[in-house]
Design a protein around this ligand. Structure first.
Ligand code: GLA
Length: 699
């Protein structure tokens, strides 16, 4: 292709990166020219295709930014549209473009159907992220149906084969970072669950196999429903990543005059491998948090201590100890509302149970607050148990397919949040709780995927009234979160979905913190947090110190290990602290006090992931923005190597990004930055020393 026409070539500039696209002379699509460090676009395009395309079309090999099925008929399109008569093959022609070096909107139109697509780009200030979305408008007379409605294609040069990194999981085992080498063909992750899900994270990283720690490109989706990311490597060495919604409810209708904006998908670039890519995502999410990037409180959550057997007495017993330890927010988890003694009943009836709070709920909240803590509450407002008043009154509010049995999961059904009356119920329920009671923290849970693709009462209209249930649910969820934040700016919201099934960039922009997993067992948790931090910033990582051995991971670790682990993000405690000894409590108080000293650096610091949970060395380094303080959290994951009994040398944790010429002090020990980078920070593990918190000061 010729990129000769400079009026059809645009470069978007990020903090250290640039992204250049152009419309070829034929005008049928937009292509990537280059994506990488500043200046990368000056020179022959690394993704340009030259040579013949036997048995293919030119578009199948071209690095197309947003491909229709006419442009890319064989190797995979982003957009497939059907007309009323069942015709496919949308083909675009370039109309115009506008933008500057951080924004671009390129408009295309299909002369046959009248479908217009505006392909949008935006580089959020100070980041190395390119956020993209597409706005479709049907300007023609006929209704159209979107059979596939991807958000974007990202092209990555992988001449020697692609190495993909992705995250898989399941309940209690989320954020498992794994890698696959892709020679040719496709690799897909996704969710059909109406929620991003436990199974895969809407996040993918791509680099060339020959340089696995070098230039790395990432793609992440801002969509809290069903989704799909596919990476496909072609015979010419290009890996194209398609990302967007998975249309689980069937094609989307776009009537004449209709307009639809598809979810934003972001691309990220780092020259420094997966670890560098993590920092690019962290910067982006910190920008998304904006003014809400304030120090998160140390919290206590009562779930693992009392489960459903919540009552004022046991909660206050926990709260008194928590306050003594230095906890700042006390959160009552599931079990506080009427009918909720186990997971078979109660969801939907969001009234405090008077039997559990005999002096009244507000008197209880007041007592917690009287201990000097903020008060938080768990809710799961999109779900309902069949055994509840809400379900008795509104059985038609749940997703259901006419004539077919409902699928209970955890004994509950899912409310159809896309219905205006349900959205109103969910909003007013949560808003009402926040108005009535003195609540400063909300844990919003979601404990089941959507199984039934149907809305009672709409069957008669058949296909003509097909509803985008997934889209409507997500849109209302986002709107309610935004409304609650606006009306209750001081309430922090933790997003949870049976652990980490609801973490995507859209939620990172609307929630203050994520609950990544119900698994708080130390070594399992280490692996979960390691994956999490590759895609998410530390301010989003809620983590609790729980009792050992706990529910999941029976491998015991010290209290120090569990504290240092939870300090890697937002520190919380979930143990039954009523039973902690005086020594345990004293140790906990010391850790909490130390956390308060370093949490600004955890929140804002530059993160380097050292080693990994299955390697002899495993640490996270947080360097303060001014570079003067470096916090290192390190964990001993296994082998003792004869420590104490045989000659041994300490493990060395190589630190990154320090000034080699500067000196750094830890207590009485002085290091040069060069030493810390080249040799590493020494840590000596032993049977009773399995975690370390080191704060280095530049001298
Ligand atoms: C989910 C959450 C847990 C807890 C329970 C309560 O499993 O992930 O943290 O809140 O629900 O039922």
């Amino acid at each position: 292709m010729s990129h000769a026409d400079p009026s059809r070539r645009w470069t978007l500039r990020g903090a250290h990166t640039e992204y250049t696209v152009a419309v070829p002379a034929h005008g049928r699509w937009l292509e990537l020219v280059a994506w990488g460090p500043h200046g990368v676009s000056e020179g022959p395009s690394p993704v340009e295709y030259t040579g013949p395309v036997p048995f293919l079309t030119a578009g199948d090999a071209a690095p197309i930014e947003y491909a229709t099925d006419a442009a890319r008929p064989f190797t995979g399109a982003d957009l497939i549209v059907e007309t009323g008569s069942g015709d496919r093959r949308i083909g675009f022609e370039y109309v115009d473009a506008e933008g500057d070096d951080t924004r671009l909107a390129v408009t295309f139109a299909d002369p046959v159907t009248g479908l217009r697509a505006v392909v949008h780009y935006q580089v959020p200030a100070g980041t190395d992220v390119v956020s993209r979305w597409v706005e479709l408008t049907n300007t023609g007379p006929e209704p159209l149906r979107l059979v596939r409605a991807g958000s974007a294609g990202f092209c990555v040069p992988t001449p020697h084969g692609a190495r993909l990194s992705y995250q898989w999981g399941q309940w209690a085992q989320e954020f498992q970072l794994d890698h696959v080498d892709l020679g040719h063909g496709a690799f897909t992750v996704g969710s059909a669950q109406g929620v991003p899900g436990h199974l895969h994270l809407p996040w993918l990283a791509v680099r060339d196999q020959a340089d696995p720690t070098g230039p790395t490109w990432g793609v992440a989706l801002a969509w809290t429903g069903s989704w799909e990311i596919t990476a496909e490597r072609d015979t010419g060495g290009l890996t194209r990543v398609r990302a967007g919604r998975r249309l689980v409810d069937g094609p989307l209708d776009l009537p004449s005059g209709g307009r639809l904006t598809l979810p934003t998908v972001s691309g990220a670039y780092s020259p420094d491998g997966l670890d560098g890519l993590a920092r690019v995502w962290h910067t982006h999410q910190r920008r998304l948090a904006g003014e809400r990037l304030t120090p998160r409180p140390v919290l206590y959550n009562s779930w693992e201590a009392t489960y459903f057997a919540v009552d004022a007495e046991n909660q206050l017993a926990l709260a008194r100890v928590a306050a003594d330890l230095g906890v700042e927010t006390f959160v009552v988890d599931d079990g506080w509302f009427v009918g909720r003694d186990d997971d078979t009943a109660g969801l939907g009836d969001w009234t405090p149970d008077p039997a559990k709070f005999p002096a009244g709920f507000d008197a209880f909240v007041k007592e917690v607050r009287g201990l000097g803590m903020n008060f938080g509450l768990w809710v799961e407002p999109e779900c309902v148990n069949p055994r509840s008043r809400l379900y008795a009154e509104h059985p038609d509010w749940v997703y259901a397919v006419h004539g077919r049995p409902l699928t209970p999961i955890r004994n509950q059904y899912l409310l159809d949040l896309g219905r205006p009356e349900v959205a109103e119920f969910v909003h007013s329920t949560v808003d009402g709780l926040l108005r009535r009671h003195d609540i400063g923290y909300l844990k919003w849970d979601f404990n089941r995927p959507r199984t039934e693709p149907g809305r009672p009462g709409t069957e008669a209209a058949g296909n003509a009234a097909r509803i985008d249930l997934d889209g409507a649910h997500v849109a209302n969820l986002h709107r309610i979160y935004e409304q609650l934040r606006r009306d209750h700016p001081h309430v922090l919201i933790e997003a949870c979905a049976g652990g980490g099934a609801r973490t995507d960039l859209a939620m990172a922009a609307r929630a203050d913190v994520f609950w990544p997993s119900d698994n708080t067992g130390p070594l399992d948790r280490l692996a979960i947090q390691y994956g999490f931090l590759h895609a998410n910033a530390p301010h989003l990582l809620s983590s609790w110190v729980t009792d050992s051995p706990g529910l999941f991971d029976p491998r015991p670790r010290s209290l120090a290990f569990r504290f240092v682990l939870a300090m890697a993000g937002v520190l919380g405690i979930g143990a039954d602290i009523r039973h902690w000894t005086a020594e345990q409590r004293a140790e906990a108080s010391r850790w909490i006090a130390r956390y308060k000293e370093i949490r600004e650096i955890i929140m804002h610091g530059t993160v380097h992931l050292v080693g990994g949970p299955d390697q002899p060395r495993c640490a996270v380094q947080y360097t303060a923005p001014d570079g003067a303080t470096v916090v290192v959290l390190a964990w001993h994951t296994g082998r003792l190597d004869g420590a104490g009994l045989l000659p041994s040398r300490p493990v060395r944790l190589p630190l990154a990004g320090l000034d080699p010429a500067a000196g750094y002090r830890h207590g009485d020990v002085h290091y040069s930055g060069s030493h810390l980078g080249a040799v590493g920070l020494p840590v000596r593990w032993s049977a009773d020393h399995d975690a370390e918190l080191v704060v280095l000061q530049r001298v």
